[in-house]
Design a protein around this ligand. Structure first.
Ligand code: COA
Length: 192
């Protein structure tokens, strides 16, 4: 999925050059999700086609169990980040897969770092231990972002995906969100 694929194109149209603290991004992300996406769907501002419905369902599902945030600036969405289960099998329930997408015009302004920061804070609060990211290679910006936040490369799947006319490697990156607790870990806590 390319960045911006899940919101109307105009919503990603412009972005002012400004860095936000993680707390602001988190607050605006919540406001966006509550008001813009659901509200716009309900009052028909955006066409409630299958894709939008599926997206809304995924946001609701994974926003509740994990985390899903968007960054909005002057009424425009400039990026989003989310976490989903790493693997549906029970042993992996403390681990998450994370992704972040920033509108091209807002690249390099700290929005990706801020969104990920807010996402990881939320995941820690909810009791998750590991964040994992699969990056189709090459992707200098994404590797740079993940490594700058402490992710480590733990493996590479060779020629595992067909994308943009070629077989691509995917690098797997991992970040420890919280240290291992002693004994049996407490269950991750969904939103209340
Ligand atoms: C990867 C992506 C999310 C980065 O978001 P961003 O908001 O532009 O990144 P930030 O401005 O927050 O940069 C944070 C750090 O990431 C690294 N980084 C960002 N862009 C980079 C680039 N082009 N080259 C190398 N490192 C880069 C730097 O370490 C940077 O820290 P610095 O500003 O102190 O040098 C963004 O380029 C994007 O959405 N790309 C397309 C979608 C994508 O590949 N998503 C990742 C899927 S796993």
């Amino acid at each position: 999925m390319r960045h911006g694929a899940w919101v109307p194109g105009h919503a990603l149209a412009s972005a002012a050059a400004q860095r936000w603290p993680a707390s602001t991004v988190l607050a605006l992300g919540c406001v966006f999700l509550a008001i813009f996406l659901v509200g716009a769907l309900l009052i028909g501002m955006i066409r409630p086609d299958d894709r939008a419905r599926k997206l809304a369902a995924r946001i609701e599902r994974y926003g509740a169990s994990h985390a899903w945030l968007a960054a909005e600036r002057e009424g425009k969405v400039v990026g989003y980040a989310y976490a989903t289960p790493f693997n549906e099998r029970p042993a992996y329930r403390w681990s998450t897969s994370v992704s972040v997408y920033i509108a091209e015009e807002a690249h390099g302004e700290g929005v990706g770092r801020a969104l990920y920061g807010a996402l990881f804070d939320r995941l820690r609060e909810r009791g998750f231990r590991m964040a994992c990211a699969g990056i189709t290679l090459p992707n200098e910006a994404s590797v740079g972002l993940h490594e700058s936040l402490g992710f480590e490369l733990v493996g590479v799947n060779r020629e595992i995906g067909w994308k943009e006319g070629a077989w691509r490697d995917v690098g797997w990156y991992q970040l420890e969100l919280s240290p291992a607790p002693a004994g049996t870990p407490p269950e991750p806590r969904p939103s209340v």
